[in-house]
Design a protein around this ligand. Structure first.
Ligand code: AMP
Ligand code: ZN
Length: 117
């Protein structure tokens, strides 16, 4: 069921503490940790503790938690000393989504002016 932990979901396991992660921030509803395969000097992931497959599904079901993902991303970037950063929500395999538990990437610490947009 949407919102319930999904067996085999790596981010549900991080949220429950079953898989370790380098956690930098936590709230009652969210967790922010370092990406295991960083693509920039700072590469964090902010996830809801509840399971939804992607950001849009999270926003439809839990708009307040979706908004909190953004405020937590901003606070985490500030905590890393970043004035500039990029937030990415991959949605769907063709867009590069590999973990089907909503998350936002926070990237920074190097010029990010090259890219798709
Ligand atoms: P996406 O491609 O948008 O689904 O992003 C999933 C991200 O999760 C990738 O950047 C992975 O490097 C990262 N990732 C996968 N497993 C872990 C893990 N156990 N701890 C931290 N990051 C992870
Ligand atoms: Zn999950």
């Amino acid at each position: 069921m949407a919102g319930e932990p999904q067996a085999g979901c790596v981010f549900c396991k991080i949220a429950s503490g079953d898989i370790p992660a380098t956690v930098v921030r936590r709230t009652e509803r969210t967790l922010t940790f370092r990406d295991i395969s960083p693509q920039a000097p700072t590469h964090l992931l902010v996830i809801p503790r509840v399971h939804h497959s992607n950001a849009a599904e999270l926003a439809a079901a839990e708009p307040l938690i979706a908004a909190e993902l953004l405020t937590e991303a901003g606070e985490a970037a500030r905590g890393e000393g970043l004035e500039s950063y990029r937030l990415i929500f991959n949605t769907g395999a063709e867009a590069g989504q590999t973990v089907f538990h909503a998350h936002v990437h926070v990237l920074g610490g190097k010029p990010l002016t090259e890219g798709l947009v």
